[in-house]
Write a protein that binds this ligand. Structure first.
Ligand SMILES: NC(=O)c1ccc[n+]([C@@H]2O[C@H](COP(=O)([O-])OP(=O)(O)OC[C@H]3O[C@@H](n4cnc5c(N)ncnc54)[C@H](O)[C@@H]3O)[C@@H](O)[C@H]2O)c1
Length: 381
């Protein structure tokens, strides 16, 4: 299957690392370390090959993706030898990147976005195109009556004014262009009744929200452990220090609040109660894409004896995120091909704030993912 990935935020750190990584895999210059779909247990699942992925996308900024790749190499995120070896391939991707369309109404902008995606699909004769949002996190939007149904939404979008936040407008455009949509960010994306209705009408799958790559990944392993051992978590406090474009954007209160809500949900839903404490995200320009999370957990055991756990996580955010973006694209393309529609709950394994009812515990999410992928294999035979 020839599959396209249309990246929203295509010139950002996660997108650029995803593109360079896929090109390096295609050229045989790298191993798929960190790609869940390269796990030996999943080897038999019929997914589009890494080498079959074709990239395009939208971004607000215009700086060349090769320049961004150079910057990430200088910052130690990407190996410089890979970026140097992939100059021609990066130029080919550059030709498929588009600036964000402007228009008098959001309906007009959505048509132009959908037109860009459809033209990309046609130019490359792609069987499937998966639209993946890796753009800057947005603040939560104000409720709007037109979010309730497709008919109300179409009517409202045809008038001037902002009805949908950008992430949701991209989901609307993707669905109308016949493409599945994946949200790797905590933004609204397809999480509106009108967009769920549209995906159903078009028989399209979608997935999200907010890639699980660091502190929350550890929470989704540790919180079930406390719950299973019947230990009482009294407090769970975390501080995340982050630079780069994501860190700078999360310094704004609206985006910061959207991210913090997404990061905290795992605790309440896994433990069955919310311990004291909060998750903070602070911007430290100098550390760039290398995030540090410090968490302190206080808990009570037998006879109320108090104990503590602390951990420190130093992760390279884009290097953790990019392989998951490739996994999500390959799985969602195959799920679309196999006829799945609606929210892909078994993809909860990848997300901080997953759609559907697969829960937050990583081991249960892994079982659900493996079962889903085995089902794709059965449908493919
Ligand atoms: N890296 C991780 O581990 C991780 C994990 C989960 C979620 N995320 C999310 O992924 C997203 C991307 O992270 P990043 O580090 O690449 O950020 P970044 O700042 O490097 O890149 C974001 C890109 O989005 C573009 N953009 C902003 N608004 C846009 C719009 N309306 N349309 C098109 N493009 C737009 C920006 O110009 C920029 O190029 C963020 O929302 C982040 O919260 C990252």
């Amino acid at each position: 299957m020839r599959a396209g990935i249309w990246l929203i935020g295509a010139r950002g750190s996660v997108a650029t690392t995803t593109i360079v990584g896929a090109l390096a895999l295609r050229a045989g210059l790298a191993e798929p370390t960190g790609c869940v779909t390269a796990h030996p247990e999943l080897a038999a699942v019929p997914l589009p090959g890494f080498g079959e992925l074709v990239f395009g996308g939208h971004d607000l900024v215009a700086g060349p993706v090769a320049k961004k790749a150079d910057q990430l190499a200088t910052a130690g995120v990407l190996p410089a030898r890979l970026v140097a070896a992939l100059g021609t391939e990066l130029d080919e991707v550059e030709a498929e990147l588009r600036s964000v369309p402007a228009g008098a109404t959001q309906a007009g902008i959505a048509d132009a976005i959908g037109g860009d995606i459809a033209a990309f699909r046609g130019r490359h004769r792609l069987d499937r195109v998966v639209v993946i949002n890796v753009a800057s996190t947005e603040p939560a939007p104000q409720p709007h009556p037109a979010h309730a149904s497709v008919a109300a939404l179409a009517a409202a979008l045809a008038k001037p004014g902002m009805v949908l936040p950008p992430s949701a407008l991209y989901a609307y455009a993707a669905f109308r262009a016949g493409c599945p949509y994946v949200d790797f960010t905590p933004s609204t994306g397809a999480r509106l009744p009108a967009l769920a209705e549209l995906a159903g009408e078009q028989h399209l799958p979608y997935a999200g929200h907010d890639g699980k790559t660091g502190e929350t990944l550890l929470k989704s392993v540790l919180a079930p452990m406390f719950a299973m051992r019947n230990l009482t978590v009294r407090s769970w406090s975390g501080i995340n220090l982050l630079g780069g474009g994501d860190g700078a954007n999360l310094a704004s209160p609206g985006a910061n609040a959207a991210k913090s809500v997404s990061k905290q949900r795992v605790l309440g839903e896994t433990l069955g109660y919310l311990p004291d404490g909060a998750t903070r995200i602070d911007y430290v320009a100098d550390i760039g894409d290398f995030k540090t999370a410090w968490d302190l957990i206080t808990f009570a055991g037998f006879l109320g004896t108090g104990m503590r756990l602390q951990f420190t996580w130093h992760g390279c955010d884009s290097a953790l995120a990019a392989p998951l973006v490739l996994d999500l694209a390959r799985i969602t393309a195959a799920a679309h091909q196999a006829g799945h529609a609606g929210p892909l709950a078994p993809l909860a394994f990848f997300f901080k704030d997953p759609l559907g009812d697969a829960g937050h515990a990583l081991s249960a999410q892994w079982e659900a993912l493996c079962a889903f992928l085995a089902g794709l294999g059965d449908r493919g035979r």
